[in-house]
Design a protein around this ligand. Structure first.
Ligand SMILES: *Cc1c(COP(=O)(O)O)cnc(C)c1O
Length: 462
């Protein structure tokens, strides 16, 4: 063995002890660490001939790279839709690395199958959904839409998985997430090739069911794929799933639900109604690294078991005979994009077992309560206005008045530069806006107060 590697192995206890202490330092300071910084590095470091050993590498990391880290996992990172990492999920993530399993089939897949089963219970969905873990909602959308594409081909008597796309694929959507549009591009369907359905009149992002049905009727019975939303990123709006499930009994289509974060609304009796009816869908996308509060990279797909063959046709490693019949010998590598994967499910497994249904109900309800507190400030303060009503956990707002539209992003830049909070710019209904998304389990009233104070200071300077 290389002597430096050997020395590291001999010293592993000391090394991990160091890393543990450093981790604890970071976690206990996460409230105080800035949510943005201007630190930078030159990225052309040469590769040394002789290794430094882990402890010296750690010293270098701490000197050069650690200062780049921002408090994304802390309570005031409200940009994008960014969750934190619960203690249990950190343990699961850590052990994933220690056990270093390649989760494909056999025993190594059992934990993943059990985790999906736990998630179905959390989300109150039937066991008729088969699921697996991927890196994020983008890959989950990709997985689901790839099976949808295969389904669409079959309706025309084609096998797109084998023959490639020989027909245009028909897709309908009202407010698809940018990642779904990217999936249409990756799947050869074409990012421009979807029919945009109207949203409900008024300040809504949800699909207009009447317009949807009108478009369906114009297809004269031809199949299509519907991408629907359980939680749009700007305003957390939800399509009417009861109405869509009624359409499903009348027309032939694949129904996909992008519920990346919004699916967790089901964890609270107060917000469960938002997803009523989604169980009739063909496929669902859910992120775990958002509202489940587990570390990146964690998401899963759910596909109705009746489509198992289509899923296998889409993803099977058909030219590897040693893998056996994919429908007989279950292996994840025949059901999703990646072959080799880490034990992605373990952080979610730990967090679900550690906090249970009540834990997640509390996280979801706290997030919404924090969003509403922030919403109340925006509503009552003359300098700001909401761009949309706060429906769940996302607050979409701007500086008040059209005359201040020019200053919205300037204000946001100043706010983000403060390092106390991070929010995302957006365009909503043709207006420049700011989006604050509440999904981190740590966020408390004191955080809202602190941000409100900072916003009031900054507005004075504008
Ligand atoms: C975040 C998000 C995605 C993309 O998820 P990644 O985890 O970033 O790949 C897709 N859809 C919705 C609704 C989202 O909120």
């Amino acid at each position: 063995m290389n002597p430096i590697l050997q020395q590291d192995l001999n010293e592993i206890k000391n090394i991990l002890e160091n890393v543990k202490l450093q981790s604890l330092d970071f976690l206990s300071a996460v409230d105080a660490i800035a949510t943005s910084n201007k630190n930078t590095i030159s990225t052309d470091r040469g590769l040394n001939d002789l290794g430094l050993g882990t402890l010296a590498a750690l010293d270098e990391f701490n000197e050069r790279l650690a200062p780049l880290m921002v408090s994304q996992t802390g309570p005031r990172y409200w940009g994008f839709v960014t969750g934190g990492a619960t203690p249990a999920s950190i343990v699961g993530d850590w052990l994933t690395t220690i056990y270093d399993q390649n989760t494909q089939g056999g025993v190594s897949a059992l934990i993943e199958l059990e985790s999906i089963n736990l998630l179905l219970q959390l989300l109150d969905l039937p066991k008729t959904f088969l699921g697996g873990f991927v890196t994020g909602a983008t890959m989950s959308n990709f997985t689901c839409l790839a099976v949808a594409r295969q389904w669409f081909g079959k309706q025309l008597g084609k096998d797109f998985a084998k023959d490639g796309l020989t027909e245009p694929v028909r897709v309908l959507a009202a407010t698809p997430h940018s990642s779904s549009v990217k999936c249409l591009s990756m799947l050869g369907i074409g990012s421009q090739n979807f029919t945009k359905i109207k949203t409900i009149e008024g300040n809504r992002e949800a699909i207009d069911i009447a317009d949807l049905e009108k478009n369906i009727q114009s297809l004269n019975g031809n199949p299509f794929i519907l991408i629907s939303s359980a939680g749009t990123v700007n305003t957390a709006d939800f399509d009417d799933f009861k109405a869509i499930s009624k359409l499903k009994t009348k027309y032939n289509f694949w129904w996909h639900v992008d519920a990346a974060f919004g699916g967790f609304a089901v964890c609270s009796p107060k917000y469960k109604y938002l997803v009523d009816g989604w169980e009739a869908s063909d496929s669902i996308t859910i992120d775990c690294h958002k509202w489940l509060n587990v570390p990146y990279e964690s998401a899963f797909y759910l596909v109705d078991e009746q489509h198992k063959n289509l899923q296998c046709e889409t993803f099977q490693n058909s030219n590897a005979p040693y893998l056996g019949d994919p429908l007989e010998n279950f292996s994840y590598l025949n059901f999703l994009p990646e072959n080799s994967r880490r034990l992605k499910a373990l952080p979610a497994w730990f967090s679900l077992v550690a906090y249970g249904k009540q834990g997640y109900q509390d996280i979801i309800e706290n997030s919404v309560a924090m969003a509403l507190l922030f919403d109340a400030f925006i509503v009552q303060n003359v300098h700001f206005e909401l761009l949309a009503p706060t429906r769940l956990n996302n607050v979409c707002f701007a500086l008040a008045g059209d005359q201040n539209q020019e200053k919205v992003y300037l204000f946001l830049a100043k706010l983000n530069d403060s390092g106390k909070v991070f929010m995302t710019p957006t365009m909503y209904m043709g207006r420049k806006g700011i989006r604050a998304s509440f999904v981190n389990y740590r966020t408390a009233e004191s955080d809202i107060d602190l941000v409100i104070q900072e916003m009031q200071e900054i507005i004075k300077t504008m």
